[in-house]
Write a protein that binds this ligand. Structure first.
Ligand SMILES: [Mg+2]
Length: 325
């Protein structure tokens, strides 16, 4: 009997892995689309929080560059495994050349140089040298496909998380943030479902901090994130602010929906923080915790101008393909 228990626990855990990965993928896209209309705005007052997919610069439910670039990572990985940086940067560059309505400044500068024929290694380094303190969230927002595919191989997860950042974002904080987020997501995918989700997340954060050296300041910021007051969160495009806000949002909620409402109503970089929070909360709570009304509204086109439309069911298929890689 004593030997049977761990096995049945393992079986139970295994059954939840596909749901956690689907939750992670659809959750990330939901957060992007829910945050889209709130991006660059002030934090919403607590008495008028946005809880619905509404129209912004784009129609209600539209995903943005966060999801488009993540789709490039996912499709590159599904075509070339392990991740091939040259293939990935080619996909980013093709996307960039179609003039996406959203593209980060740092990403745009690097892809512009690559478009002119510069090697990505040189372009990425050059733009970082021009602004050594630039450490935006442009590589963090597209990192989640690596966790969906590599949750059972942490060595590969770390190597590919680093590489997918380096092609545009070489700052140590950017690279480490991608590794940290994906370690947290992988840990959550395998979480013990008998534990409260918030306890699992706290444990995943501690486990992940022990595997990546963020540096004292960054680490302290993440450790303090859950006890921050809402007014203290700047939620800028700085990668540290994005992770801080996402951990605050996920840890100060009891459901997928509440986590995302917390995140996107911070305004500012609402879509990216929504996306990162959605990946975390989706992995914590699973696909069935994502509100149907949000899933029903999700849509977008990728590659740009290809006519290929993506809906929630397509992201569920993508999640299954990534986990079967
Ligand atoms: Mg965006």
């Amino acid at each position: 009997m004593e030997q049977a228990l761990p096995e049945s626990c393992d079986n139970f855990r295994m059954q939840n892995i596909p749901s956690a990965i689907q939750g992670l993928v659809v959750g990330a896209v939901c957060g992007d689309a829910l945050g889209m209309p709130l991006e660059f705005g002030a934090p919403r007052p607590l008495n008028s929080l946005c809880r619905e997919m509404i129209r912004g610069r784009l129609p209600a439910g539209s995903f943005t560059d966060d999801t488009e670039m993540a789709l490039a990572v996912a499709q590159s990985l599904l075509t070339h495994s392990p991740l091939d940086a040259q293939d990935l940067v080619q996909r980013f560059t093709t996307w960039y050349q179609f003039h996406p309505p959203d593209v980060g400044i740092h990403t745009s500068k690097v892809l512009n140089l690559v478009s002119q024929g510069m090697r990505w290694q040189d372009a990425s380094l050059r733009i970082q040298q021009d602004d050594p303190n630039s450490a935006g969230n442009g590589s963090l927002m597209r990192a989640w496909p690596i966790a969906a595919a590599r949750h059972a191989d942490l060595g590969l997860l770390i190597a590919e998380s680093r590489l997918q950042s380096q092609v545009t974002h070489t700052h140590a904080d950017c690279i480490n943030a991608c590794v940290f987020l994906n370690l947290v997501l992988a840990d959550l995918i395998h979480r013990d479902q008998s534990k409260p989700p918030n306890l699992s997340l706290r444990e995943s954060i501690a486990n992940s901090l022990s595997k990546v050296s963020l540096g004292k300041e960054f680490e302290l910021m993440l450790e303090l994130a859950p006890v921050r007051q809402r007014e203290q969160l700047q939620n800028s495009g700085w990668v540290r602010h994005t992770l801080e806000a996402a951990l605050w949002a996920a840890l100060n909620s009891k459901s997928f929906e509440e986590a995302l409402v917390n995140a996107v109503n911070l305004g500012n970089d609402a879509d990216t923080t929504g996306s990162v929070t959605g990946a975390i909360a989706g992995a914590m709570y699973g696909i069935n915790a994502i509100p149907e009304r949000w899933k029903d509204a999700l849509h977008g086109e990728y590659p740009l101008h290809s006519g290929r439309l993506w809906f929630a069911k397509d992201f569920i298929q993508l999640a299954d393909a990534l986990q079967n890689l």
